[in-house]
Write a protein that binds this ligand. Structure first.
Ligand code: KG4
Ligand code: ZN
Length: 404
C-alpha cells in the first residue's frame, strides 16, 4: 500500500469524505471542516446513510457476515448519491483504464464490490476532496474491513490520502457538529453509551483521552436490546423500551416491578448491566413463566420504566461521583443511547447542579452511528497530529480499538 509523501493537511478548510461501516449502518458523507481547534465548524455537503436495521431485525441482532455483505452492496450507490448531493459528481467521457488490477486486488475479499465500484468510478472525475477518512475500529471486523477496502481503493483511484479513525472518537466529536458557537472547555469528560460501549473518558484536551470507567459486561445499549427481546419487542430495543417507559410515566401505571441498581455503590467508575438484564429475565420467568405473550401492555410498560429508571440511576450516579471529585468543565454524552429522552433529561438536571459545567449532546440524528461524526474526528485529529497522513501505513480493522 502507498506510503503517502510527507503531506501536512491545511486546517483552514478541509474537505473530508468519510466512511462508516462498523456495525449496521452504511454511511458516507462529504464534510467541509474549518475553524481550527478553537472553533471547529462542519458544513455537511452530503450525507448518505443506509440503515440495515430492517434486515437484521428478523434475527434479533446484527449478524457480522450479513452486515459485511450489505455494506458492500450499499457503498457504491451511497457514494454516487453523496457526490451528487455535494455537487462533486462530474462525468467524464475518458474512461479511467489504468490500475484496475490493483483495485481488484484491494477489493478482492469484499464479495461483489469490484464490479459496481469500477462501473461507477471509471466515468467520474476526481472530486475536490482533501482527505478520505474511514472507521477502522472498534466494531465488527468483517464490517469494518469493507469500509477500509473501499476507502483505500478510492484513495488509490483518486490519489487522495486515507486515514483511519476511531469510531468512539467520532461519537465524542459528534457534539461539535451540531454545536452552537460555544467552544468546548477542558478538562472535559465523555460518557459514551452505545450498543457496544459504555465508557467514561476524561479528556484533558483534544486527542488526549483516558478511559476511567467502563462496563465489566454488557454495554448499556445491549442491555436495552436484550431486555426488549425478553419483552417480545423488536430490535433495536432501545427506542421501544423508551416508548413504553414514557407511556408508563404519562399514564401513571402502577409501580410493581423492582430491579437492582448494579454497582451503584462500588468505589470505582465501572458499570455492570448484565445483572440488571438477568433480574428482568428472572422477573419475567417468575411472574409470567418467561413468556412475553403473558405480560399485558401495562405490565410491560411498568417493567420498561423500572429498567430505564435503574439505568438512569446508575449512569447519573457514576458520573456525579467523578463530577464531585474533579473540576470538569464540559460533560459530553454521546452514542446511540443518548437518543433516550429520559437519560437526556436526567443529565440536563444533573449538570444544572454543578456551576461552571456545560452539557454537550449531539443532535438526535448524530447520536446513532453516522459518518459525519467520523469526518469531525478526522478533522480534530489532523489538527492535533498534523502528520497523520505521512505517518499512515497499512490500515487494518481493529474490532477492539481503544481510545488513546
Ligand atoms: O451508537 P449506536 O448507533 O451503535 C453502536 O455503536 O452501538 O447505538 C445503538 C444502540 C442500540 O443498542 C439501541 O437500542 C440504542 O443505541 N438506542 C437507544 C435509544 N435509541 C437507540 N437506547 C435507549 N433509548 C433510545 N431511545
Ligand atoms: Zn456507535
Amino acid at each position: 500500500m502507498t506510503r503517502w509523501q510527507v503531506r501536512i493537511l491545511h486546517p483552514a478548510q478541509m474537505k473530508i469524505l468519510s466512511i462508516e461501516t462498523s456495525c449496521d449502518e452504511t454511511a458516507i458523507s462529504i464534510v467541509e471542516a474549518s475553524g481550527g481547534l478553537e472553533s471547529p465548524k462542519f458544513l455537511v455537503l452530503g450525507n448518505a446513510i443506509f440503515s440495515q436495521i430492517d434486515i437484521h431485525k428478523e434475527f434479533g441482532g446484527v449478524f457480522p457476515m450479513l452486515a459485511k455483505r450489505e455494506h458492500a452492496k450499499n457503498l457504491p450507490p451511497l457514494l454516487e448519491k453523496v457526490l451528487k448531493d455535494s455537487e462533486l459528481y462530474k462525468k467524464t467521457e475518458e474512461s479511467q483504464t489504468t490500475g484496475w488490477s490493483e483495485i481488484e486486488e484491494i477489493l478482492k475479499r469484499e464479495d461483489g464490490l469490484f464490479k459496481p465500484f469500477k462501473s461507477l468510478l471509471e466515468h467520474i472525475k476526481k472530486p475536490d476532496i482533501d482527505i478520505i477518512s474511514v472507521t477502522s475500529g472498534p466494531g465488527l471486523e468483517p464490517a469494518l474491513w469493507v469500509g477500509i477496502s473501499f476507502a483505500v481503493a478510492l484513495g488509490k483511484i483518486w490519489n487522495i490520502p486515507v486515514v483511519p479513525t476511531n469510531h468512539m472518537e467520532g461519537h465524542i466529536t459528534s457534539v461539535l457538529v451540531s454545536q452552537d458557537s460555544e467552544k468546548i472547555e477542558f478538562p472535559a469528560m465523555a460518557l459514551l453509551i452505545s450498543g457496544g460501549h459504555t465508557e467514561i473518558v476524561e479528556i484533558e484536551s483534544w486527542g488526549s483521552y483516558k478511559i476511567v470507567g467502563q462496563t465489566v459486561d454488557d454495554a448499556v445499549g445491549e442491555a436495552f436490546d436484550k431486555v426488549a427481546r425478553l419483552l417480545g419487542l423488536p430490535y433495536p430495543g432501545g427506542p421501544e423500551i423508551s416508548k413504553l417507559a414514557e407511556k408508563a410515566r404519562t399514564e401513571n401505571t402502577p409501580k410493581i416491578a423492582k430491579f437492582p441498581r448494579p454497582m451503584l455503590t462500588s468505589a470505582n467508575s465501572n458499570f455492570s448491566f448484565s445483572g440488571l438484564k438477568t433480574a428482568v429475565l428472572y422477573y419475567i420467568r417468575d411472574n409470567f413463566d418467561g413468556k412475553p405473550e403473558k405480560i399485558n401492555p401495562e405490565q410491560k410498560a411498568d417493567i420498561a420504566r423500572e429498567f430505564e429508571d435503574s439505568v438512569v440511576d446508575v449512569l447519573t450516579h457514576k458520573v456525579s461521583r467523578i463530577l464531585d471529585e474533579k473540576e470538569i468543565k464540559t460533560l459530553i454524552i454521546a452514542g446511540g443511547v443518548i437518543a433516550n429522552k429520559k437519560i437526556r433529561s436526567a443529565f440536563t438536571n444533573l449538570v444544572s447542579k454543578y456551576s461552571g459545567l456545560t452539557l454537550k449532546v449531539p443532535s438526535n440524528e448524530l447520536s446513532t452511528d453516522n459518518s459525519v461524526m467520523i469526518a469531525s474526528a478526522t478533522y480534530i485529529k489532523s489538527l492535533v497530529f498534523p502528520d497523520i497522513v505521512s505517518r499512515q501505513d497499512k490500515i487494518v480493522a481493529e474490532g477492539n480499538l481503544k481510545l488513546q
